[in-house]
Design a protein around this ligand. Sequence first.
Ligand code: KG4
Length: 334
Amino acid sequence: MLILAIESSCDDTAAAVVAAPNQVLSNIISSQFALHAPYGGIVPELASRAHIEAIRPVVEQALIRAEVCLDDINLIAATQGPGLVGSLLVGFTFAKALALVKNIPCVGVDHLTGHMLSAFLAEKQPVFPYTALVVSGGNTSLFAVADYTDYRLLGRTRDDAAGEAFDKVAKLLGLGYPGGPAVSKAAEKGDPSAFKFPRAWLDKESLDFSFSGLKTSVVNTVNRYKQKKIPVPIEDICASFEHAVVEVLVEKTLLAARKNKHRSVIIGGGVAGNRLLRTHLFRRCREQHLELCIPEPVFCTDNAAMIAVAGYYLYKKGRLLYPDDDAFSRSPLN
Ligand code: KG4
């Protein structure tokens, strides 16, 4: 069974062709980094316009790269939400229109479920039930994943998402957009123990996150240097900040696995590409005898291959879209 998947929830226009359940034949991503970089963040109106221009060539490329044509496709899967509604509507409407014209079944996928199942695109695959940390620019949430279509929210951020905190710190330090990779690169040369930034553990046993206090602490530190007209130690600040974020993400993920007696842990979302997070989580999971499954970085950031995987299992459950089904900006799972 061949699945054509489309993802346009934020600032990447993506399409993939996947042979069910998880053999990726093509995975095309058109990124809008350069478009939004001058603004230091995503401008929703610009994002939707760029999706409109990119969607057709991206889908065509995905079919060409997979060496198939539309008539070979048995299922279309599209991200239905959450995300920027203007962006979502482009990919979602395109998918529904294709499905209607070509008479192909179509499913709408919650973007978060794509991240939760992205580990099935990895070499080592998780065993149900498992703990999933979805950590991106818009979300930081922990889920218990009981099956391909059965998820339960365990905890979520009460304020900023981790990726958002990386982006804001990068902006403050003049490191550009997207902030995560820039902060991480600067951190490589810094001392992680230079600053004692706060870790928001919240209540004992809480699986919620909070990154706004950490962000404010970084802002105050930078301001103190600026007021004294002393050069800001960017690399040390980045290293200390990155360690603070990673420590909380890792320990809460392990706590979630422990509380739910899970043996497998997976991470997904743009921040899952962070090297420190990957190595630290790998070490801690090994210590706790937990199996860690992390997809390649290209399947951690927004991509359509993960939407195909999630879409396939919705299809198997008969959850087909109706032509008037709409996109949603907030996830009912979160
Ligand atoms: O999942 P994603 O591609 O898009 C959405 O949020 O929808 O995640 C993008 C986020 C951005 O906030 C970016 O700064 C962050 O992931 N990110 C990283 C890294 N790579 C991307 N954060 C920390 N370290 C990284 N290496």
